[in-house]
Design a protein around this ligand. Structure first.
Ligand code: 26Q
Length: 759
């Protein structure tokens, strides 16, 4: 296909003008049209078994560049645009980002779809077509405020399929209308689908605000994505969303099974269902219900479904494990009640231990428990996380079904997170080891041969500088802030959560600020970059954002400190921002309290882009540390065993963690008390800052004070080492070379070998 000719013809048809007179917006629409057409024409992968990846979130990000890459058009199109004096980045900036996920879990689902298609494995995504993704974050007077984020446009990647399934709620039935996004695989010639279900007549102007649940469910069911509120007790509308997804998805599976010429009783032979955390777990009782409706005995139905479904756990925070009051489920999905009672009855009959029952004495339904009893596989998302599940969080279940438990360390797609987002680095890698790493990220290991090659190391530093310069330009253009291009870029971007400890990063900023004010100047200027959204109802998280914004302001106004230390926070951090920030990062902050971050996936993206990790031994950081060795990572802080012992009250005197003890160390007290110092109170909200201060001294549930001194020492050591540019470039190179393990292609191959058996 001649791309120029095809696009020129489209331009004439659609806009009645020659290609070179099209605006960026029009070029975007033409490319969208072209890619969407080519992608939907691609055949589905062949196979006797098919995977359905169920997830309440698919944080796909912008699709244009990745689809161009997968369709093999990226080179031609960017060249053509260049010849026209245009720029693909500009054109893509016209694309709205569909923020159909909160963070890691949703982005993981998107990476998995990319890998499934690239590997040519038959696997479709099943999710919801939220009209407003995660809220848009706006800073006003040093605080986060939230605004709706509409992303759908008349021209989009959505393909109407004409398929619809009735979902029977209590008292009314809704049609679930199916839209598809085609997912073309890079190098495989095939495409899978992401199926997104929507209501028939979505509200034009959905209600906004607190009365979320009294709204008009038939029209508003798919209006909003729920923010991760770290609160298992979901709201009623969330329950409607979950059953809508489960029921429509289950009906799709059985419809396609029949179309492929198989019987309902053959489900387990031809279908695999992966349940992405417990949000879609109702697919289990729904499939059982539908199989019984189609004539299977309850025993056969349960057996088929058990062999079909597999569950992935993404969290160790006990308070985030999802439960639903049986009473809510009676309202939302009355037809599931007999199934749920039967599933629970069987468990209670077989296991006296109340910790493994599905329905507890308070009549709450424990979703994860149902998944473990009635699925064939349970996995954690990093080695450490899986060990904690087996020996602590889900220990009684591991005792019952040891063979069901296994680890699948997360991964990310290197097509989006290296090839597309960091073209100069990709080109440098090509020039060293050829292009094969693009098919097989494991080949990056070949870079190890260049660890002593000063020319390569210098080019690596030059690429990093180029990306930092690009970020400076973007920052200036979008936020009106001028960053210091020569400073060290230290980046922490992820959802705001106390366990991720952005507050501890802020304590470091305070430490540096006080030092500089006292005349102790650092060896080189540092820019501390943050990006984070807080769930709207998560008060403490919002206080932490306020603290960061106050520190930014304080420092910007201080001519003594500003040349040495800057704080910047991007507004509305999203996938698109991640694609700009990650290539420009020197130091990757992965500082969660050990045992709390199931895996992390940002850590992997930073590593692949040549950032050096400063982190705790948590989640996949543990595996990163093993791969790169102690010289190429900065680790600090309590280990997960120590932390778990503290939570159990494991100090010699049995008292557990006591923040006051750490607070009273002179170096720490000064930092914490700065939260309520006159200078900070002058720029900030006294109520918010003193609430934070009190919490840190009195509770500090995620133990920032336990690790802060060690953190400061490690971070200062890291900054000192940064000065030896050649040695630092060596660390960058090793990180890139070893990052191939974290390709989601590897993760998906492992799921396929151990769980799905697709081909
Ligand atoms: C639950 C109930 C009601 C409303 C919202 C939710 C909800 C939504 C999203 C609960 C949790 C989430 C998201 C969780 C998440 O992103 N977990 C992350 O998953 C990543 C992929 O496995 C891991 O790398 C991270 O460690 C983990 O935090």
């Amino acid at each position: 296909m001649d791309v120029r000719e095809t696009l020129a013809a489209l331009a004439g048809e659609r806009f009645g003008r020659p290609l070179d007179q099209c605006s960026d917006r029009q070029l975007y629409e033409l490319l969208l049209l072209l890619c969407a057409r080519l992608a939907r024409e691609r055949p589905a992968p062949a196979g006797e078994r098919k995977l359905y990846y169920f997830s309440a979130e698919f944080l796909v990000g912008k699709l244009l560049s990745n689809n161009l890459l997968a369709l093999g058009l990226y080179g031609q199109v960017s060249q053509l645009l260049e010849q026209m004096g245009r720029d693909l980045g500009r054109v893509e900036s016209m694309e709205p980002e569909p923020s159909l996920g909160n963070g890691g879990l949703g982005r993981l689902a998107a990476c998995f779809l990319d890998s499934l298609a690239a590997l040519g494995l038959p696997g479709d995504g099943v999710g919801l077509n939220y009209h407003y993704g995660l809220f848009r974050q706006v800073f006003r007077e040093g605080r986060q405020t939230e605004e709706p984020d509409p992303w759908m446009e008349p021209d989009s990647w959505l393909i109407p399929t004409g398929l619809r399934f009735p979902v029977p709620f209590g008292g009314f039935t809704l049609q679930a209308v199916m839209y598809d996004i085609a997912i073309p695989g890079a190098g495989s010639g095939v495409a899978n689908r992401l199926h997104l279900f929507d209501v028939e007549r979505p509200a034009r102007r959905p209600w906004v605000g607190i009365d979320f649940d009294k709204g008009d469910i038939p029209h508003c069911l798919t209006s909003f994505l729920y923010p991760d509120d770290s609160d298992g007790a979901g709201r009623l509308l969330r329950g409607y969303q979950e059953y809508f997804l489960a029921s429509a998805g289950a009906q799709l599976i059985l419809t396609q099974l029949e179309q492929r010429g198989f019987q309902p009783g053959q489900l387990a032979s031809h279908v695999a269902v992966q349940i992405n955390d417990t949000h879609p777990s109702l697919v289990i009782p729904e499939l059982i219900r539908l199989l019984v409706e189609r004539g299977l005995s309850i025993n056969l139905a349960i057996d088929q479904v058990r062999r079909t479904c597999a569950y992935t756990n993404h969290t160790i925070l006990a308070e985030a494990l999802e439960t639903w009051p049986l009473a809510s489920l009676r309202t939302v999905a009355p037809r599931l009640i007999p199934v749920l009672l039967e599933l629970d009855r069987r468990v209670k009959e077989a296991c006296p231990d109340p910790r493994v029952h599905i329905i507890d004495p308070q009549e709450r339904v424990h979703m994860a428990h149902m998944d473990i009893h009635y699925g064939c596989s349970v996995n954690g998302v990093a080695a450490l996380h899986t060990e904690i599940l087996k020996h602590s969080e889900l220990k009684p279940f591991y005792g019952l079904y040891p063979q069901r438990f296994h680890n699948k360390t997360n991964g990310v797609t290197f097509r989006r997170w290296l090839e597309v987002c960091n073209r100069p680095l990709a080109a440098l890698i090509d020039s060293c080891i050829g292009p094969d790493w693009r098919r097989d990220a494991g080949r990056l290991e070949g870079l190890m041969a260049f660890a002593g090659d000063s020319q390569v190391l210098e080019r690596l530093l030059a690429v990093k500088q180029e990306q930092k310069d690009r970020l400076c330009r973007l920052f200036l253009a979008s936020q009106g802030v001028e960053l210091d291009r020569m400073s060290v870029f230290d980046v922490q971007v992820k959802r705001l959560h106390e366990y991720k400890r952005q507050q501890m990063n802020a304590l470091y900023v305070i430490h540096k600020y006080l030092e500089i004010r006292d005349g102790v100047l650092p060896e080189r200027p540092v820019t501390v970059l943050f990006g984070a959204k807080a769930a709207p109802a998560y008060v403490m998280a919002k206080h932490i954002i306020h603290l960061i914004l106050c520190l930014r302001r304080l420092i910007e106004d201080d001519p003594r400190v500003r040349p040495w230390l800057r704080v910047a926070m991007v507004e509305n951090y999203d996938v698109t921002w991640a694609e700009r920030l990650i290539p420009a990062c020197d130091i990757s902050e992965q500082i969660s309290l050990a045992s709390k971050e199931a895996s992390g996936t940002g850590n992997m993206k930073f590593m692949a882009n040549g950032a050096v990790t400063l982190g705790t031994l948590d989640g996949a950081n543990v595996e990163i540390a093993q791969l790169v060795g102690p010289e190429n990572i900065y680790t600090f802080g309590a280990t997960s065993d120590q932390v778990l012992a503290l939570y159990r009250g494991g100090q010699p005197d049995g008292r557990g963690y006591c923040p006051l003890e750490f607070y009273h160390r002179p170096a720490v007290e000064r930092l914490v008390d700065f939260l309520v110092s006159p200078e900070l109170l002058r720029v900030g909200d006294p109520a918010a800052l003193s609430a934070l201060w009190r919490d840190m001294k009195g509770k500090d549930w995620f133990m920032a004070l336990l690790d802060v001194e060690d953190y400061i020492a490690a971070r200062d050591r890291c900054l000192r080492d940064y000065g030896d540019r050649r040695a630092w470039a060596g660390k960058m190179l090793v990180n890139i070379a070893k990052s191939g393990y974290f390709s989601s292609d590897r993760t998906i191959r492992q799921y396929n070998e151990d769980v799905w058996h697709l081909t």
